[in-house]
Design a protein around this ligand. Structure first.
Ligand code: A5P
Length: 226
């Protein structure tokens, strides 16, 4: 049993024909996109329209012959399905290891864009304290060096995200620092301080976006709800 596939399958069970969907980014979201493509080809689901949180997901969706539209043509969405890097028991999350945090945040703001946001993940993503891994911070290229110096002074050890030997460029043309979340620091307070800096575009802290999560493990599926 593959927990990512089982979580994706459980989320697919919430999709109804005619829905407008938001498609997430990452290996777990990719399983959902694959299963959705299968369902459309089998015509167990019809008239589905989707918007994507990254160019990578849009390419996969088109490959699966899933109809893809710009966000503004579909919003408000019926449902968004995406993965997460860390989830706590209050359904707060860290996301962005795949580099798509800004578009994810825009699509997944439930009050603005979507009626429901289901997170799909395996049990390893559930943590007692957010910040086990680093927090992604998306910044404009112009502010890169000054923000790096500032984050170093804050003691959060910014690591510039690299891909194939050069700084990663996001779908929105920005860069990403992965920063430490000190155990002594409340993540919400830290994020407020980080966001106070001009040049910071977004962080991977998603405190209230998810309405529910489906967590898969060898023992089966469990739902977390707000
Ligand atoms: C993409 O930027 C991320 O937010 C992903 O949703 C997150 O990293 C989960 O990815 P996996 O499903 O590959 O672990």
């Amino acid at each position: 049993m593959n927990p990512k596939i089982e979580a994706a399958r459980a989320a697919l069970g919430e999709v109804r024909s005619g829905m407008k969907l938001g498609l997430g980014t990452g290996t777990t979201a990719a399983e959902f996109v694959r299963l959705l493509g299968e369902a459309l080809r089998a015509r167990t689901l019809t008239a589905i329209r989707c918007t994507c949180t990254s160019e990578q997901t849009a390419a996969q969706a088109r490959h699966e012959a899933i109809p893809v539209f710009p966000l503004h043509e579909l919003a408000p969405l019926d449902l968004v399905v995406d993965g997460a890097d860390e989830i706590d028991d209050g359904l707060r999350m860290i996301k962005g290891r795949g580099g798509a945090l800004l578009r994810e945040k825009i699509v997944e703001i439930v009050e603005q864009q979507a009626a429901r946001f289901i997170v799909i993940a395996d049990e390893s993503k559930v943590v007692s304290r957010l910040g086990v891994s680093r927090l992604p911070v998306e910044v404009t290229p112009f502010a890169l060096e000054v923000l790096q110096r500032r984050f170093e002074a804050m003691g959060i050890d910014p690591l510039l995200r690299m891909r194939e030997g050069t700084p990663l460029v996001t779908d929105e043309g920005n860069r990403i620092f992965d920063v430490l979340v000190p155990a002594t620091e409340d993540i919400a307070t830290l994020v407020d301080t980080i966001r106070d800096h001009a040049g910071v575009v977004e962080t991977g802290f998603f405190p209230h976006e998810a309405t529910e999560a489906v967590i898969a493990s060898a023992g089966g599926i469990r739902w977390m709800r707000r």
